[in-house]
Write a protein that binds this ligand. Structure first.
Ligand code: PEP
Ligand code: MG
Length: 917
């Protein structure tokens, strides 16, 4: 569309809430409220498109000036006065408003239109000289700071000086003369600092303010915020020009914010703050203390009743919790903003079910109002709210533990509640944790050298860096609690201490508590309690029980909706009966991956060592014969725990050297022994084997199916153990549903060879036991070649399970063990990744291979069973992808099962919603 034909300005009566891309969130919702007949001061919105043209070309679109003029004239006609008119000035606010809320990140200027000439006209009209000069000084201050780039502190200092000179406690104690003088002082500051007079032409004020809002899109704060919140950089902001209403016209005026429900708990009621005789920015700046909104009823009953009525209208219209900004001008209520409000994870669940009960939304919609990340947050242990509340009221009573006090508030980077002794370097973290201490690793920022310390610590605290900093990314990857960017803290690693505001000093060894779900940091020990949601999933709390709180009931209901609609089944990655039992309690419908290597650790490692060192067939067979019954017992336990549900057992996958001692350690041991001339024969043999099996890139070496093909008897021993365990369970009247899975297959020939041997073994077991057993045999698709030849591989496989961990590393050509702590942070910061591809499936690359393999695999074998068992199986966004491509199940760690169930339900409900749209 040519620029001329484009419309860059919309009156509030022309827009609606669905035009957020064009009008920004604020503009779209102001339009929506206008059309609902709510009291919104008239105005218009300049589109994000105009901003984009400005940002790209460096100047406003040619047509913008005339369009703004036309809308301004219409506004002036409507209001019966002109912008800046001397005897009765129309004043406007110029406010930013992007598609996604970026609180406090961009600019706003109020009272545009006031000049030396019009200030007395305003005083006359309002019958209040003080008010007019107060409004004018606000304009010069805000305009000076945001449009002309003058250091805001200079105005603050001048204001403080005026108050001091007057002996005034608050700004309200300054009279008209004081404020008139302050305006002069402010204008002098502008002249000195900006090198120009404060503009006396109203339209020039407005145009410059609009441009400043456009520019603020690329301000440092805004850019940083967008990076953290993953908001695209090219959206631009809209600008809202709105006729001013005044909350600073005396005690019957004021300004406030409100929520239609409590955004922390979801409870219905009146939540918000009000500030009498003030303009909007005073609330944010915290110049005076606000009062709870409920007290407005006493101050101005009529406005309060009107506000409640409007809140109800908004909730019924938006069908959700709304937050609101309003102003009361001499007893008349005006709505300045609304939007669907942000809320805590707990409130999201409670509100979704409340809205269902109120008949406002249906169950499918309720599922869209919550998400798996929120559920995951609710499952972390947390600080005892009772303990924190008590402290909030002015310190603990009883003195059970050292008193905890909140000392900082950083970025909630990785959820959980962690308590430990402060340490300031990784070496100490490792040392202390080895001696049984719990530690919190505190750094200014972390780097790959801190990895060991991070692993050893209960939690990580940094004073710098955002949600994508090294500390945040690595901690999330490890599932470790992390608070980062707690800038109020001064971390001095040399002196092993940090200083919090107010001079509180934390030395090495002092106890600190960090809350990765809220970003709060406390001194001392805050008691940690398990999450009630986990208690519920574990079956230790029933949603119907009297003491079950509202949250548990809400989670129970939402999970029931999800289970009812989801198509994907959810299995667990579990290697032992205990994990299997827990997974079942969490709702697992089978095991999608039992990694058998975990059965060879601990004391059984020696047996594997024997197998590897075996020189003769006899020795090897002996070693396998010892392992066989142990494996068989493992499987019996597992099948029993998952009786009646499928259990996919993967044959041995990792490189054998993982079962042998570390090459450096062993070399040193042998060298020392040789120097002493008492080298141990076994160690020498071991070292030989270690050297033989050593690989530069073990991830690409002798592992997976390759092991099965070159180590005689290994896979067959495992197959025999599985088959015998199945026979035992059948004889015990159990219902074992074992599936055998071959890892790291790249070509159908590999699978055929293993299959042939496996079938022979199963036949033998049938013969030996007299039990008629059947076992499904399938493979993992975790190499690009396997995905590309899936049609052939399906000839020999009854099921595929996508190993998206290996598939991701082989598609990208980097190893998950090495890269997350090295260049990933840089890649995230540069925007090459929005999120690690090991966390969320890379739809375009790895995802494309999965799609192709699904299509071709089913092409060969229409009833091919398809699942995924890489980490992505429990990742919210990836679950939607697996639903879309038509897998039968996802498999993930037991703790993530509820998240996967919920997201599978959301994916199904979303698909139904979009089909019927
Ligand atoms: C995978 O590669 O996705 C997988 C599940 O196997 P592992 O992580 O054990 O290599
Ligand atoms: Mg793998």
């Amino acid at each position: 569309m040519s620029e001329q034909a484009q419309k860059f300005v919309y009156d509030f009566t022309e827009g609606n809430k669905d035009l957020k891309d064009l009008l920004g969130g604020k503009g779209a919702n102001l339009a929506e409220m206008t059309n609902l007949g709510l009291p919104v001061p008239p105005g218009f919105t300049i589109t994000t498109e105009a901003c984009r043209v400005y940002l790209e070309s460096g100047s406003e679109p040619a047509a913008l000036r005339d369009e703004v003029s036309a809308h301004l004239e219409a506004l002036e006609r409507r209001m019966g006065k002109k912008l800046g008119q001397q005897d009765d000035p129309l004043l406007v606010s110029v406010r930013s408003g992007a598609k996604f809320s970026m609180p406090g990140m961009m600019d706003t200027v109020l009272n545009i239109g006031l000049t030396d000439a019009s200030v007395s006209g305003l005083a006359h009209q309002a019958g209040d000289e003080r008010f007019a000069w107060d409004s004018y000084r606000r304009l010069v201050q805000m305009f000076g700071k945001t449009v002309l780039g003058v250091d805001g502190d200079l105005f603050e200092e001048a204001m403080a000086e005026a108050k001091r000179a007057r002996g005034a406690e608050t700004d309200l104690d300054l009279d008209a003369d004081d404020l008139r003088q302050l305006v002069e002082d402010f204008k002098a500051i502008v002249l000195k600092e900006a090198g120009r007079e404060f503009p006396q032409e109203p339209r020039e004020q407005m145009d410059l303010a609009v441009r400043a809002v456009f520019d603020s899109w690329n301000g440092e704060r805004a850019r940083l915020y967008r990076r953290q919140e993953r908001i695209p950089n090219d959206l631009g902001t809209a600008v809202n020009i709105c006729s001013m209403v005044f909350g600073n016209l005396g005690p019957d005026s004021g300004t406030g914010v409100a929520f239609t429900r409590d955004p922390a708990s979801g409870h219905q009621g009146v939540y918000g703050d009000y500030l009498s005789n003030a303009q909007g920015e005073d609330v944010v700046a915290g110049i005076r203390n606000t009062i709870p909104l409920a007290e407005l009823e006493r101050l101005d009953g009529a406005s309060y009743a009107e506000l409640l009525r409007i809140m109800e209208v908004l909730e019924r219209h938006y069908l959700d919790l709304c937050d609101i900004e309003f102003t009361i001008e001499r007893g008349k209520l005006w709505m300045l903003q609304t939007r669907v409000g942000k809320r805590t994870a707990a409130a999201a669940f409670c509100i979704a079910t409340q809205l269902v009960d109120e008949g406002l939304i249906d169950e499918a919609e309720a599922l869209q109002r919550v998400n798996g990340s929120q559920l995951a947050q609710l499952m972390f242990p947390r600080f005892d709210p009772a303990a924190l509340q008590e402290r909030g009221k002015g310190g603990p009573s009883g003195g059970v533990a050292a008193p905890a006090e909140r000392i900082a508030w950083g970025i909630a980077a990785s959820p959980g509640a962690a308590v430990g002794k402060a340490v300031f370097d990784s070496y100490t973290a490792v040392k202390w944790s080895r001696s049984g201490e719990k530690v919190i690793l505190i750094r200014r920022e972390t780097n790959p050298d801190d990895l060991n310390g991070m692993i050893a610590a209960e939690g990580i605290l940094t004073s710098r860096g955002g949600k994508t900093s090294h500390a945040a990314v690595v901690a999330r990857g490890m599932g470790k609690t992390c608070v980062c960017g707690a800038e109020e803290l001064e971390v001095d690693t040399k002196r092993r201490r940090m200083t919090a505001p107010g001079g509180v000093v934390i030395e090495e060894g002092d106890t600190v508590s960090i809350d990765g779900s809220t970003g709060r940091v406390y001194t001392g020990e805050v008691p940690v309690v398990p999450s009630p949601v986990v208690e519920y999933f574990e079956g230790r709390m029933h949603a119907g029980a009297e003491d079950a709180d509202e949250l548990v009931r809400a989670v129970h209901r939402i999970m029931a909706y999800a289970d009812r609609v989801r198509r994907l089944r959810v299995r667990a990655n579990a290697d032992n009966a205990e994990d299997a039992a827990r997974a079942r309690r969490f709702g697992a419908q089978g095991i999608g991956l039992c990694r058998t290597e975990h059965m060879f650790l601990g004391e059984r490692r020696e047996l594997v060592e024997k197998l590897i060192l075996a020189d003769t067939e006899e020795e090897r067979e002996q070693a396998l014969a010892v392992l066989l019954p142990l494996q068989e017992d493992d499987f019996v336990e597992l099948f029993e725990a998952m009786d009646g549900l499928p259990v996919t057992v993967r044959l041995l996958d990792p490189p054998l050297h993982e079962f042998l001692p570390d090459i450096t350690e062993l070399s040193v041991r042998v060298a020392l022994a040789e120097a002493r001339k008492d080298a141990n024969e076994n160690d020498l043999r071991l070292l030989q084997a270690v050297h033989k099996l050593h690989e530069q890139n073990p991830m690409l070496g002798l592992r997976g199916v390759r092991l099965g093909l070159v180590i005689p008897g290994l896979f067959t021993m495992q197959v025999r153990a599985i088959a015998r365990a199945v026979a035992r369970r059948l004889r015990a009247n159990g219902d074992p549903r074992a599936e055998i899975m071959i890892p790291l297959v790249g070509t159908v020939q590999e699978l055929e060879l293993v299959r042939e041997e496996a079938e022979q073994v199963i036949d033998e077991v049938r013969g030996d036991t007299g039990v008629d057993l059947s076992l499904a045999l399938g493979t993992m698709i975790e190499l690009p070649r396997a995905a590309l030849t899936a049609g052939q591989i399906a000839e020999a496989a009854e099921f595929f399970s996508f190993g998206t961990n290996d598939l991701t590393q082989t598609v990208w050509g980097f190893s998950r063990d090495d890269v997350e702590a090295s260049f990933f942070t840089a890649y995230l910061e540069k925007g090459i990744f929005g999120v690690s591809p090991f966390e969320t499936i890379d739809r375009d690359g790895v995802g494309a291979l999965v799609r192709q393999a699904v299509r071709e695999g089913r092409g060969t074998r229409p009833d091919l069973k398809l699942g995924v068992c890489g980490e992505h199986g429990g990742d919210p966004e990836s679950v939607h992808f697996f639903h879309e491509v038509g897998l039968d199940y996802v498999s993930c760690s037991p703790f993530r099962i509820p998240v996967a169930r919920l997201e599978a339900g959301r994916a199904a409900a979303e698909a139904v919603g979009s089909d019927s749209r």
